[in-house]
Design a binder for this molecule. Structure first.
Ligand SMILES: Cc1ncc(COP(=O)(O)O)c(C=O)c1O
Length: 392
């Protein structure tokens, strides 16, 4: 890999590249190969024995996935990583590889729906228990740590309520109790915050979102310390959640524009949030860089910008929220996020519909709540579409 450690974020995202092939290409080619050849029996033996570095089989590693991982490590400030077939493969593998029957996970209550299903439906079958802690009550977290607690798992900002966790405080808590801190950094991306700087041992991503940024590819990544990644790599190599080289190629190319895209996403999001706060049909706007956001000071301290996601509550409950969703003309109705196209989602009936009403209410997913992934269209067109949908 061609990399200077001192490079700025934007430069590393563009310039870290797989080694040039004998064809002297400028843009990295796709390595669509299942396996790699051995010069002789001795090289094969040494590769399998981990005595020399190199590719063997694409389930283990591939130049395209290695490039994507090397970039992500540089951007997040982590030592090592693996790329996975989806964000959920990253969440699952980062936990399953390190936990065993009898272990306990302390997680924040505000989590993506499928992560909630892993913790509450899948892990209990294997004797791994978890407890939820409230983001808004940090003073209660230490008391929820048990002698068998091994990991803390959080999202910040959380999906979809955008609650934040003070990563500096959480890093200290994890250190004091000798726990692995695993942070899903999907909503912020490394451009807005780098959890490893605050002591996160693992940083996990759905790369499907802002890392791809164009709604084309599913992928994920687990980044962390060399020591933990050794165990995670062993688990991944033998259970096979690896990312395809084609998707790795797309995601690595996408990282080249992450900084400029995130600047514009966040600029548009702030303007839309400010507009929505003035609208009479809107009960509440949740956006980390609005002074009305309860954790505004923390957001300013921890994040470079307020983020690309907004949630707001429409006056009139679920019927009114459904009407706003149905009247949108340009903004897409889809459950993804992190696209160039602005997307509206109604979490209570889609992404978080598997949660009970009480569980949804506990994390602020009210019936009238709409989540907007703010895209890269002109801000006047985004505001214009939402205005006509609110007023229609
Ligand atoms: C915060 C968060 N984590 C993980 C995931 C899962 O990612 P994927 O859909 O790539 O499996 C999502 C998907 O929306 C998410 O929002």
């Amino acid at each position: 890999m061609n990399q200077e450690n001192s490079q700025h974020f934007e430069t590393a995202a563009v310039r870290i590249q797989a080694e040039q092939s004998p064809f002297r290409e400028h843009s990295v080619p796709l390595y669509l190969t299942s396996s790699f050849t051995f010069e002789d029996a001795e090289q094969a033996r040494a590769l399998f024995a981990d005595e020399i570095p190199g590719n063997i089989y694409t389930r283990f590693s591939n130049p395209n996935t290695t490039e994507f991982i090397d970039k992500m490590c540089a951007l997040e400030g982590t030592e090592d990583g693996i790329a996975t077939a989806s964000g959920m493969a990253a969440m699952f593998t980062s936990m399953a590889a390190l936990l065993k029957a009898g272990d306990h996970v302390l997680a924040s209550r505000s989590l993506f729906g499928s992560t909630h299903q892993i913790l509450t439906q899948i892990f209990p079958r294997w004797g791994i228990e978890s407890t939820y802690a409230d983001i808004g009550k940090p003073e209660t977290w230490a008391a929820l740590i048990q002698p068998n607690t091994k990991m803390i798992f959080v999202e910040t900002p959380a999906n979809p309520g955008l609650d934040l966790i003070d990563l500096e405080w959480l890093g200290k808590l994890a250190r004091t109790h000798n726990l692995i801190l695993n942070v899903d950094n999907c909503f912020a991306t490394p451009y807005l915050q780098q959890p490893a700087k605050f002591g996160a041992h693992l940083v996990t991503h759905s790369a499907t979102k802002f890392i791809d940024g164009q709604g084309r590819a599913i992928g994920g990544v687990i980044l962390g310390t060399k020591e933990l990644m050794k165990e995670i790599r062993f688990f991944s190599r033998h259970t096979g959640p690896s990312l395809s080289p084609f998707n790795a190629w797309i995601l690595s190319k996408s990282l080249e524009t992450l900084a400029v895209r995130m600047d514009r996403h966040c600029d548009n999001a702030l303007k839309l949030a400010q507009y929505l706060e003035t609208h009479s049909m809107v009960e509440k706007v949740i956006y980390p860089f609005l002074p009305s956001f309860p954790q505004y000071q923390l957001a300013k301290r921890q994040m470079r910008h307020g983020g690309p996601m907004i949630t707001f509550i429409v006056k009139g409950g679920v019927e009114r929220a459904a009407g706003v969703m149905n009247r949108l003309l340009m903004i897409s109705r889809t459950s993804n996020l992190g696209d160039t196209r602005t997307i509206a989602t109604h979490p209570a009936s889609t992404t978080h519909s598997k949660l009970s009403e009480a569980d949804r209410a506990a994390v602020g997913i009210l019936p009238g709540l709409i989540r907007i992934s703010v895209g890269l269209e002109h801000i006047d067109d985004i505001i214009g579409d939402i205005r006509q949908a609110l007023e229609g």
